[in-house]
Ligand binder design. Sequence first.
Ligand code: BTN
Length: 323
Amino acid sequence: MNNNILHTTIPLKLINLLADGKFHSIEQFNMLLGVNNACIKKYIKIVRNWGVDIFTMPGKGYRLYAPLQLLDENIIRKLLPEGRLTVLPVIDSTNQYLIEHIGSIQTGDACVAEYQAQGRGRRGRQWISPFGNNLYLSLYWRFEKGLESSGGISLMVGIVMAEVLKRFGAEKVQVKWPNDLYLNNRKLAGILVEIFGKVDNTTHIVIGAGINLAMRESTVGKIDQEWINLKESGVTIDRNVLAAELTSTLRQAFLQFERNGFSPFFSRWQALDNFLNRPVKLLVAEQEIKGIARGIDAQGALILEQEGKLHAYFDGNISLRNQ
Ligand code: BTN
């Protein structure tokens, strides 16, 4: 058996069996997977390393702490009016996957993963991506005529994602400049935009979104910022339905952005802004800038009021501060 089968295919079959949340005996695994007890234990270890929480009880076997609803490419494709989407059960990073395939993919192509071994966040950070409980989605867009300003793209993606989640009933979801989704003042989702220019004036854009849906603290360890699952707002969304809805809404938004730039989205930011009119600090490089957040300008820059004057900032990380 080659390495891929040993290290991915059989562990994935194991997860498929366990996904119902019921107990499964080691004998059942032996029979269905055709491997011995020692191997089963090795595969259980691999699956645990992917962040799947497996519980074991002597005499009964193994089960998950909670059933998993797995991604299904056929279901997602049926829900999408057009265009391509690939389900990658295990991958280093969905953004990286699209970047590596830029030569062969089309505008609007998307992929989702169950687990990312090297999920990446902004500013070189890691995006912890346990198997099966969240959504990791990337989408590729090619601007043939070049792109005058890419500034609004990450904000546009955040607006569209927040609006989609609200449509599913998560009314309290908000945006944080420039490209996070927030819920109850904690991070619900992050967006990473990667842009590559070409001499022929074509711009290749890969956007990646990670949404915390029902991630278990025990599987992820410490994350260096306050985070929240969508589940905590009392909303559970079918992951296949969510993947399809986000993909098709983002495709429409990119088409609109191509035609009209950021302006159709600009006015929608205000209603979603988690920090509007609140005292914040903005960290740019090593510098800390204090002010009152007054939304964004038409280019997507953050507006801060400082000593009665408005200033626009294009980069940095904001957080709330005490008065
Ligand atoms: C951030 O807030 O730092 C951005 C996080 C972006 C994470 C997503 S998950 C899907 C896509 N693939 C990646 O490797 N990263 C993005």
